[in-house]
Design a binder for this molecule. Structure first.
Ligand code: AMP
Length: 170
């Protein structure tokens, strides 16, 4: 399936110069949504994760169905101040701004293998911060799963040396 034809390009969003890759059109297409989750499942099962960590908020949209599909538990990596129990915190940079991410300290059984999922990797700052958080819980990053990779930004160079899956590249 040609997933790129299901992804909508929005120039100059959320600010001038950014070409936003909009996955709402992919999510609205039942075949494309199922295909994306199946493709991620196929590629990520071999990494033998015990949990999925999905990054707020579009990482939830692919991470949770992937966890369901692979029969794994899920934990949300959230923006600052959203999680109710004790958290680990990491700073991160976006293609358009900077912020903090948090993860519950007891999100995973210690020593587990955790697959980090987001819709898109750009500069890699967000996913790298999520990896730091997983390490703070005493767990191992099993790999990363993205629907979209913006290869020109070399985001994967910021990530630890574990397998990185992306379904489409721009
Ligand atoms: P980065 O930390 O630079 O890898 O940015 C990744 C995060 O920002 C992901 O959660 C994406 O959803 C979002 N993001 C960054 N750039 C874009 C883009 N061009 N189109 C859509 N989302 C983006």
């Amino acid at each position: 399936m040609d997933l790129k034809s299901r992804i909508r390009d929005i120039p100059d969003f959320p600010k001038p110069g950014i070409l936003f890759r909009d996955i709402t059109t992919l999510l609205a297409d039942s075949e494309a949504l199922r295909y994306s989750v199946e493709q991620l499942a196929h590629a990520c099962d071999a990494l033998q994760p015990d949990y999925i960590a999905g990054i707020e908020s579009r990482g939830f949209m692919f991470g949770t169905p992937l966890a369901y599909r692979l029969n794994l538990g899920f934990a949300p990596v959230r923006k600052s101040g959203k999680l109710p129990s004790a958290v680990h915190t990491a700073e991160y940079e976006l293609e358009y701004g900077s912020d903090r991410l948090e993860l519950h300290q007891d999100a995973f059984a210690p020593g587990s293998r955790v697959l980090i999922v987001d819709d898109l990797i750009a500069t890699g700052g967000t996913a790298a911060a999520a990896a730091e958080l997983v390490s703070m819980t005493g767990c191992e990053v099993a790999g990363f799963g993205f629907v979209i990779e913006l290869t020109g930004l070399s985001g994967r160079q910021k990530l630890p040396e574990v397998p990185i899956v992306s379904l489409v590249q721009y």
